[in-house]
Write a protein that binds this ligand. Structure first.
Ligand code: SF4
Length: 492
């Protein structure tokens, strides 16, 4: 079928579509259900559960899927959504160093209502699908096309041998950008699993030199050194680290599915977990962080794979004293509140506690899952208040209540702490972009945290120097004319 053989009509009574985020979740969701997206939304509700009031404030969730697509080699990523959404998403992508073009299929009310938008998307896919350049083309429906029922599932499954993957990633169905990473990673894994079931697939490049040994696939965007550290840890058990999911190239999906077990290092990858389970792979939660975390994780992995106790003990013994030594040499003596939306908040908190920190609160924008349950239990047994689907208000309340020596969190959390002269660190850039696992991770947080805590006096002197500036009627420039017009303000 050529791109213009047929026109597929979408919902002829779309929502107040260009209102986007501002139309309200219920309006958009209701429209999407009427437009035939109920099954997809129900699956998202199961994968990424929220209560009635606990969708955290977050950036546009679609950023997670976009990022996964843009980081993958030989993959074209196309957005279908309102121009303002696409502007924000591309801006953020390039801010975070994407070196790829983001494809965009624009629309207006007419093309949305008549189904021409779907035609345009299909045409774009056909134009892009050059097997010399791409293994896959990913199309992401944002809020309005999802609410209007643009049927990406009716795109051809492949064009010229290039795989076509269409996903809906609406803000009213996928709560966080972390979980949106899972939407695309799971869709790709599902596609690759289907290919394997249909016949032989291309050999992963990583298998050309080393074809031996059982592997453990690693789920989560971890720091690159962590994969190497984990591989070394697994050596005494006769295992090695397999690919990291989300993968950087299509063929890695095959070797990921060929693993012996799956390490759910980031615990929110529900769709990814479902694909691995369907492939018959056992899954292990938590992560090898600190002494307790490493011992428990290696023991659990060994049990799951029915390895001899001698091998498991050998792997554990090779790690623990070295990790203990590094932790003792890099102590953290500070009261800490920690929050983030990466999904790795709980394992970071474990590491901080084993470094000596007094962690009072951990907030994660992600939901609790089977894969974070053990970490949650470990933290709560040490008196830590753990909040899943934490809102900004939860995080700020924790700072006000626990009065930490340092607050680790998202941008507005860091801002709030600074206003109180509390040293603070941005979780995504300064904490989660460091090694955490095993010996390499043991001392990696101490320096940045201790340096920040030591700067508290500087914050206090800045606070007294700038006292009152930049807030209330001291905000901006108040000329006599403005004061007269508004009856408020102070001359600057
Ligand atoms: S796609 Fe993102 S920015 Fe656009 S309306 Fe949805 S949540 Fe908002």
């Amino acid at each position: 079928m050529t791109p213009s053989d047929s026109v597929i009509a979408v919902d002829s009574n779309p929502p107040k579509e260009v209102a986007g985020c501002h139309a309200g979740e219920e309006v958009m969701r209701d429209a999407a259900e009427k437009a035939g997206k109920s099954a997809q939304l129900e699956q998202y509700d199961k994968d990424y559960p929220t209560g009635p009031h606990d969708q955290p404030q977050s950036m546009c969730p679609a950023f997670g899927s976009l990022r996964v697509g843009l980081r993958m080699r030989r993959t074209a990523t196309v957005l279908s959504g309102s121009a303002c959404c696409v502007y924000g998403l591309t801006f953020t992508s390039h801010f975070y160093g994407a070196k790829r073009t983001v494809g965009y299929v624009p629309f207006d009310s007419e093309s949305l209502v008549t189904g021409k938008l779907f035609e345009d998307i299909r045409e774009a896919v056909h134009e892009l699908a050059n097997p010399d350049e791409y293994d896959a083309v990913v199309v992401i429906n944002l809020c309005v096309p999802t609410a209007s029922g643009v049927p990406l599932d009716l795109l051809p499954r492949e064009v010229n041998g290039v795989r076509v993957i269409g996903i809906d990633v609406p803000g009213f169905g996928v709560p966080t950008h972390a979980e949106a990473k899972d939407v695309l990673a799971g869709a790709m894994l599902g596609y690759a699993r289907g290919e394997i079931q249909s016949g032989p697939v291309a050999k992963p490049e990583s298998l050309t030199t080393d074809k031996t040994g059982q592997t453990v696939a690693l789920v989560g965007e971890i720091f690159p050194v962590d994969a190497i550290t984990i591989s070394r840890m697994l050596g005494p058990m006769g295992l090695k680290a397999g690919p990291v999911i989300p993968t950087r190239q299509w063929r890695e999906l095959y070797s990921a599915l060929d693993c012996s077990a799956v390490a759910m290092l980031h615990p929110f990858y529900a769709a990814t977990a479902r694909e691995f389970k369907a492939a018959g792979r056992p899954l292990v939660g938590s992560a090898p962080v600190g002494v307790d975390g490493t011992r428990d994780w290696l023991a659990h992995l060994g049990d799951v794979l029915n390895l001899p106790k001698k091998k498991i003990d050998a792997a554990i013994n090779a790690q623990l004293s070295a990790i203990r030594g590094v932790l003792e040499a890099n102590p953290i003596d500070a009261r800490i509140t920690l929050s983030g939306y990466e999904g790795s908040e709980l394992i970071v908190a474990r590491l901080l506690i084993e470094s000596g920190a007094n962690v009072r609160y951990v907030g994660s924008a992600c939901a609790k899952s089977d894969w974070s349950a053990h970490d949650c239990e470990w933290l709560e047994s040490r008196g830590v208040s753990v909040k899943f689907r934490a809102s900004l208000e939860d995080d700020l309340y924790a700072i006000d209540t626990f009065e930490p020596d340092i607050a680790i969190g998202t941008t507005p959390v860091v801002q709030h702490a600074k206003e109180l002269s509390i040293p603070s660190l941005y979780f995504t850039n300064l904490i989660s972009a460091r090694p955490l696992m095993g010996v390499a991770g043991a001392g990696s947080l101490a320096q940045v945290i201790n340096t920040a805590v030591a700067g508290r006096e500087r914050f206090r002197s800045m606070e007294s120097f700038f006292a009152g500036v930049g807030s209330g009627t001291k905000t901006g420039i108040w000329t006599p004319q403005i004061i007269e017009r508004h009856g408020m303000g102070e001359p600057g």
